[in-house]
Ligand binder design. Sequence first.
Ligand code: MRU
Length: 347
Amino acid sequence: MKIGATIGWDDTHTCIRYIDQTRLPGHYIVVLCRTVQRLATAIRRLEVRGAPALGVAGAFGIALAAATCKKKDLAAFRADVQKDGDLLAATRPTAINLSWGVNRVLCALEQAESIDAAKKVALAEAKEVAREDETCCHAIGEFGAALLPKRCTVLTHCNAGALACTSWGTALGVIRSAVEQGKDVKVLACETRPLLQGARLTAWELSQDGIDVTVITDSMAAHLMRTSTIDAVVVGADRITGDAVFNKIGTYMHAVCARHHVIPFYVAAPLATFDPSHSEKEVEIEERSRDEVARCGTRTTVPEGVQVKNPAFDATPKELVTAVITEQGVLRPPLDLKALTCHRTIR
Ligand code: MRU
């Protein structure tokens, strides 16, 4: 099956269309999302997830807010759309792409002199954000593929693939581009407890493309780095501050192990993920519900009354990162992230 765009605009129904990722790999279901409230729920439930896809969701969310706003007065219209933007940006705090996408379309909309013009500008800008995401992923893929040997095994964590973007992917974009160039790439996909984005999503999308993928539990990674040949770790990112890379919980553990075993640790991310003016301590790590850890389907896996921690992300100090692969090239140590000018970043 060919994976369609993860998220986009449905011109026929004037609404957002996305693949419901909570149903994969069992069911491929495309949802038509007609209200901002429904989109906010979809983001909280991880029906739409992955930093770049959240950026696109935020952008289309503003287009949807504008399209569905009933206000007849421009100031009141703007206030309503801004309120919807605030709601969306607050749904998940760690991936900066979400507020970036929201703010980018809000900024574009501010220039409009009528409600009609604002609706058109918002939709055009959101479509541009989605188009750019695709272009960025392909550029990241090309730059990253050059770093991989002709024959290699790559370990990845979570899902930084087509499903986390509009298509192609960042970390998986690097793998797709390498395979397209004729390289023989084998992928080890960490299952990614507790929500299994690696097992459910990375394994699904790579296998749809005929790419060699093996799922391992997260705790097997260190053992395999020690006992077999892993040529590189390639992961995505939810936010890159001046001093650290935020990504799915478990990423830091892989970075530490990779350093110990002298395996390159690459982060693939568009410039929209960069937040160089902030530091690790200033970023909120989303804490998710107890049930995600304490239940597995209908089964209870942790005794009632026992406390559970469920941070969705961790921070990897930049010293552990071999290189960051962006759409503009490969950043290498000392990774002067603070000095980076993010021309795409509007907030
Ligand atoms: O909680 P999720 O599934 O949204 O977390 C996603 C990740 O951590 C990805 O690795 C990250 O967003 C990079 S996606 C290109």
